[in-house]
Every structure is written in C-alpha cells, then in structure tokens.
Ligand binder design. Structure first.
Ligand code: SF4
Length: 309
C-alpha cells in the first residue's frame, strides 16, 4: 500500500505524490551499510572490494569516514591482518581463497539470500546436476554465483543466450545417455516476468529430455518492489524512480515503470530534478515515487520535499 502525500497548492484539485511502501533499502543493503559504518568507526582504513552499494551519496559518506574501495585484492598494501569487506552481491569462490592466502580479515557482508544461492549451487554440483543460471552476465552477483556452479553451468541473460545455450546443452544430453538433472537458478535482482518467460521456454525445450528443478531465487525484496512499481505505475500519470544508475534492481524498476506508465523518469537524487522536469510534473495530478533497494530514505525524502516545494 503506497503512502499518499498531498502537495499543498492553492486552488483545486489537489495534487498527490504516491510513495511506494517498499521504496528504499532492502534488508541486505541496510545491513551492509550499517555494518560497514561500524567497521570504519572501529578501524578507519577498511577496504571494500567494489562499491558497497550503487548509491553515490552513501558511498561518498562512507569514503569520507575511511572506506577504501578497491577493484582487486592486490591493491591492498601489506594485506596481512587488514580488513576487507565483501559486499551484499557476494564474491567468487576464488576471491575467498585469495583473501585467505593474503592473510586478510574478511568482513563478509554478502546478503544471506545470495549465500543461500551459493549453497544451492554447491549442493547441485555435489549431486552432479547441471545448472542454468539466469542473470546479467557482467553483474558481480552472477559472476560470484557462477563460480559456485561447477563446470557444467550455463549463464542466460537474453533470448539469444537462451536459444544458444539450450541448443548446446541438448547436444551434450544427446551425447551422454546417462539420465541428466538440471537446476534453474536466478540472480536475486532479475526481472520476475522475464524469469518466468525463460523458465517456460526451457521447460518446453528440455522437459522431455532431462529432469528439471526450478529454484526461483529472485529475492523477496526484489519481487515486492517490482510488483509494487507495476501497481503504482498503473495508478499514476508520472513515475519517478530514485536510485543509482549502476544499480541493477533500480534499472529493472525503471523498465517496469516505463512499461506501465505513460511518463517515467529515473534520477539518482533531488539534484537531478531539474526545473524542466519540475515544470513537466506540474501537468499531472498523481505522481508515483519508487526507489531501488540501495537508495537511502534521506534521498527519497529530499526528492519528495523538492517536489512539494
Ligand atoms: S536485493 Fe535482495 S539479495 Fe540483494 S541485498 Fe537486497 S535483499 Fe539481498
């Protein structure tokens, strides 16, 4: 249920902002940011492998307190005993091994939902099952999860991948007479509708050849935000999605807003609400606001205050 915020205006009818109930931080990002803050308070120089969240404001704040973002563990000078944070997306199996070898102290803030997928993948490999991982190939979470999926896994992001990988897999199945088992997994922030569409196509192509187990591992936070964005976008005339441009889940919310509302815009913060955009908004009575899982409450509030003013 979205929260209705009236916009004070002389004359009628009154305009409204409808703010999504699920807008903003998910449990995984909230925990990662809180824990990272505690770590930099304890020991000012703390390394983080990759950006902790895709929100520039949150990152700026943490970096001012002493967080150092690195792209590779080799960038840590004299690593023994130094602390390194693994962010909510998780890392590859090889990175865990390398960090241990270097003597780093790992602060593992990988979201429990992502860790659960790593476990499902490891179990599938133990049981000699093949894996189809549905997700964005270049996303760090998918790269991390793929490293737990053993040798016989296929990553599917697009319709073309789906055609190509199922064909390649079918060729393998036909060569190997032993009965094969396949597990379908997903990146936690993948597009829900697209996952279902891919799953149906895989079932159609492979269900009579292999035993298929579907584990829809899109997390609850993603599902609820996508569903609420869709509902909200249908009720309003203009949708604003707030979040970092590099955030996978924010980009999905924006796609959903565009598909379900005639006018939609994605902004990182209130500074991007230009005079032109504000003028454009004046034409509409109902404005919907939704924010990605890495957007802090403060950013959402700043956007709403600017529109109300
Ligand atoms: S989006 Fe989902 S999986 Fe990712 S950090 Fe948030 S709760 Fe965890």
């Amino acid at each position: 249920m979205s929260k209705v915020i009236p916009i004070p205006k002389s004359g009628k009818p009154e305009k409204e902002i409808l703010l999504g109930e699920k807008a903003g931080f998910c449990m995984g990002v909230k925990n990662a940011v809180e824990q990272a803050k505690k770590e930099v308070e304890k020991q000012s120089i703390t390394y983080c492998l990759g950006e902790l969240t895709h929100n520039p404001e949150v990152m700026k704040n943490l970096e001012e307190k002493g967080l150092r973002v690195i792209e590779d563990l080799s960038q840590i000078p004299n690593p023994k005993g130094k602390k390194v944070i693994f962010r909510a997306h998780g890392v590859t199996k090889q990175v865990y091994e390398e960090a241990k070898k270097l003597g780093l102290e790992i602060v593992d803030l990988t979201c429990p939902n992502v860790l659960a997928i790593h476990k499902i993948a490891e179990q599938a490999v133990k049981e000699e099952k093949d894996i189809f991982l549905i997700g964005e190939k270049k996303h760090p979470e998918t790269i991390g999860t793929a490293s737990f999926c053993g040798k016989n896994h296929f990553v599917i992001e697009t319709q073309e991948d789906l055609q190509q990988e199922t064909q390649q897999y079918l060729a393998q199945v036909e060569k190997n007479a032993n009965s094969r088992k396949l597990v379908i997994l997903s990146q936690t922030t993948f597009h829900l509708e697209k996952f279902k569409e891919f799953e149906n196509q895989i079932q159609e192509k492979l269900a009579n050849k292999v035993e298929i187990e579907v584990r829809n591992t899109i997390c609850k936070a993603t599902r609820l935000r996508q569903e609420e964005t869709m509902d909200l976008a249908k009720q309003v005339e203009y949708m604003i999605i707030i979040g970092g441009r590099k955030s996978s889940n924010t980009n999905k919310l924006f796609q959903i807003a565009l598909q379900n509302c005639a006018h939609a815009v994605m902004i990182e913060n209130e500074k991007e609400l230009s005079e032109e955009l504000l003028q454009e908004m004046k034409k509409y009575q109902k404005i919907g606001v939704m924010a990605g899982a890495s957007t802090p409450d403060e950013s959402i509030q700043n956007v709403i205050n600017k529109i109300r003013k």
